[in-house]
Design a protein around this ligand. Structure first.
Ligand code: COS
Length: 381
């Protein structure tokens, strides 16, 4: 795909880093469900923790195509690292950068970018998943602070993030109007992290519950005005969905690369299996779908940078790329046969397990279809 020189050069830099520093850890962190803490500092030094933040707050800003390329290249070798970086940048840094005060940006973004510490995002609750507006967490104002109570689940980097941006209801107004947002620090009394989840895929990433019991939160840690939380989080998810699409794209590319290598190096009846039509047709379909997904991901990225509304396009990119990721990694497993299931020299089974989350996290495929269809219908009114 035709890209600008600086975007190609950026890809080469991230690809080399991913192959040399991230790939060697991927098998072990998946097997042991170990968070790759040793990768965080090198990634911070590469600027990968501050891609959506200006230099003023310690960031290393890149355009959204480059940001997508970074998530794609990391995910190509390790989905757990890909999602850690995607969640930190899109869901942790972005809302503070977009909606936070200068003081909040100085306090939290500087630590979260050049400071090399992670940020988390708390929207989902046990009774508020796809219906994100059903938030039950509450924030009650008492003199010079808020008291926050509630439970958030499936939170990426929950145990490692030094702070999280969360939604809570500040009034009983029906619908989403009473939802506000706050920045909470992990060290505060009443802020408890649950046990790390045992997941099918992305096993190196850190996913856990967050429990808040009377967390005393300074008034200055509210983000924006009361009642703005839901919309802030929806705007944040518009961008986050591009990064999940980029993650699926990288995982799909990783699976195709394995299938190509295997098809070229494995012979049956004296010929590489890649010379047979049934394998070639699979490879051609896989590569075509990946390229189509790449166009959607970079297209949505360019729209974000152009400052135009891109909710529909980011939902389309995520919907399509995540389903392509599942199909491509499934076909790669089929090409490898038993080797794909048994042999970690070809990590296709891990990529296949990892990519499933892309059809669920940051809005299921069904939610993406709702977002796309509502936007289509509204456009003809
Ligand atoms: N940008 C700006 N505003 C948005 C928006 C967006 N992308 N999406 C919705 N809004 C606004 C709407 O315009 C509406 O505002 P008004 O009341 O002023 O008109 C308000 O938010 C409520 O929107 P809507 O009526 O569409 O809300 P619903 O409760 O119907 O929710 C879905 C819609 C299903 C799309 C939403 O709940 C959702 O995205 N759910 C999935 C959540 C998710 O992705 N979770 C993953 C957690 S992160 S790992």
């Amino acid at each position: 795909m035709l890209l600008e020189n600086k975007q190609n050069e950026f890809r080469e830099k991230i690809k080399a880093f991913a192959d040399s520093k991230i790939a060697p850890l991927a098998v072990e962190i998946d097997r042991e469900q170990r968070f790759p803490i040793e990768s965080i500092k090198p990634m911070a030094e590469m600027g990968l923790l501050g891609m959506v933040v200006s230099e003023e707050y310690g960031g290393s800003p890149v355009d959204t195509v480059c940001y997508s390329i970074a998530v794609e290249e990391l995910s190509r070798v390790c989905g757990s690292t890909g999602i850690t970086i995607a969640a930190h940048n899109s869901l942790g840094c972005f809302p503070i950068y977009k909606f936070g005060t200068d003081e909040q940006k100085k306090t939290y973004l500087t630590r979260g970018t050049s400071g090399g510490e992670l940020l988390a995002f708390g929207l989902t609750e046990p009774d508020a998943g796809s219906d994100a507006g059903a938030t039950k967490s509450t924030a009650v104002k008492k003199d010079d602070h808020w008291l926050i109570n509630g439970t958030k689940c499936f939170i990426t980097s929950a145990s490692h993030a030094f702070a999280s941006i969360v939604t809570a209801k500040t009034s009983n107004e029906p619908g989403v109007k009473g939802i506000s947002s706050f920045i909470l620090e992990r060290g505060w009394d009443g802020y408890d992290v649950g046990k790390k989840e045992d997941k099918m895929g992305l096993r190196g990433s850190d996913t856990a519950f967050l429990h808040f019991t009377d967390v005393k939160t300074p008034l200055g840690n509210q983000m924006g005005e009361s009642g703005e939380g839901f919309k802030q989080f929806m705007v944040t998810l518009d961008g986050g969905r591009i990064s999940i699409a980029a993650m699926a794209l990288g995982l799909a590319q990783g699976a195709l690369d394995c299938a190509l290598k295997f098809a070229a190096q494995t012979s049956r009846n004296g010929k590489p299996i890649g010379s047979t039509q049934e394998i070639q047709w699979k490879l051609a379909d896989m590569a075509t779908e990946i390229e189509a997904a790449r166009h959607l991901v970079y297209g949505a990225s360019r729209m974000k940078d152009a400052g135009v509304k891109f909710s529909r396009e980011s939902a389309m990119a995520k919907l399509y790329a995540s389903e392509v990721g599942s199909r491509v990694s499934f076909q790669a497993l089929q090409i490898l046969g038993e080797v794909g299931i048994l042999d970690n020299n070809y990590p296709v089974e891990r990529l296949h397990r990892d990519v499933k989350l892309c059809e669920i996290g940051e809005g299921t495929s069904e939610v993406q279809r709702i977002v796309i269809a509502r936007d289509l219908i509204n456009s003809v009114k």
